[in-house]
Design a protein. Structure first.
Length: 257
């Protein structure tokens, strides 16, 4: 098993910026009494706690696969809020939840038609689905990582692994939600403009997310070389201005059965 390289401190270095789309997603949810909620990819638990405070549900379960993130989230567990280790790629439940919620996690999971069918099956009658996912794979910050990963220097050490784009288009999600039987639904692309001191901060951003699977698969010295090659590949593609505005594309989905 690959070592857990998720670092809560690195991830939350951009806490405000990562929190903005979460708040937008949470605003799409229609609160109701005594909800049972699951948060897929709950991370440090900080935002799951905000979700609990907003919805005041009977129960909310946060699922995450990272022991480091779960150790952090344990500080937020209380009352009806608890956290468990689980792989969101294999999550399934039988009409158990009034809300399946996932903020910035499902883009790691392949085969979204099958995935969303499983998530829908987890909903009780009248249940809601709320999902936010980055849609960034055409951005230089993401394309550069894939190019370095598939280069002769790293392809073998990574066993052919490369972060792939599993996220569909807005139109495809609209059709998928309709096909899955959501009586009301919406899908939209939003662009968040994150102002950073310089373009170098983009590297700090992706070190907390995009580059983690590469770090997990490489020996420490190889990952340092990977990071150096990534820096060489990405910086010339980003405008050298101060402040630098990192335009981050995200898809927000909501549906109610």
């Amino acid at each position: 098993m690959s070592p857990d390289r998720w670092d809560p401190r690195q991830y939350e270095r951009f806490l405000e910026e990562r929190g903005r789309p979460f708040l937008d997603l949470m605003a799409l949810v229609e609160p109701q009494a005594e909800m049972r909620v699951v948060d897929l990819g709950s991370g440090t638990g900080r935002l799951t706690r905000q979700l609990q405070q907003h919805l005041k549900p009977r129960e909310i379960l946060g699922l995450d696969i990272s022991p480091a993130m779960l150790a952090e989230s344990a500080t937020y567990a209380s009352g009806g809020l608890h956290f468990e280790r689980g792989d969101i790629a294999s999550f399934s439940a039988d009409h158990s939840y009034d809300l399946v919620f996932s903020n910035a996690a499902l883009h790691w999971v392949p085969d979204h038609p099958a995935l969303f069918a499983r998530l829908t099956a987890a909903l009780a009658s009248g249940g809601q689905l709320a999902v936010q996912m980055p849609a960034m794979y055409q951005h230089p910050s993401h394309r550069a990582a894939a190019e370095v990963a598939t280069s002769p220097e790293f392809a073998s050490a990574l066993g052919g692994y490369v972060n792939r784009e599993y996220v569909l288009s807005v139109a495809e999600y609209e059709e998928l939600l309709r096909h899955l039987g959501y009586a009301r639904h919406r899908a939209e692309l939003r662009i968040y403009r994150h102002e950073m001191p310089s373009r170098e901060e983009v590297i700090e951003w992706v070190k907390g997310t995009l580059l983690v699977p590469y770090q997990e698969r490489l020996r420490p010295e190889a990952y340092e070389r990977f990071l150096a090659r990534y820096r060489e590949a990405v910086l010339p593609r980003l405008e050298d201005v101060r402040p630098y505005v990192y335009e981050y594309r995200r898809i927000l989905l909501w549906g109610r059965l």
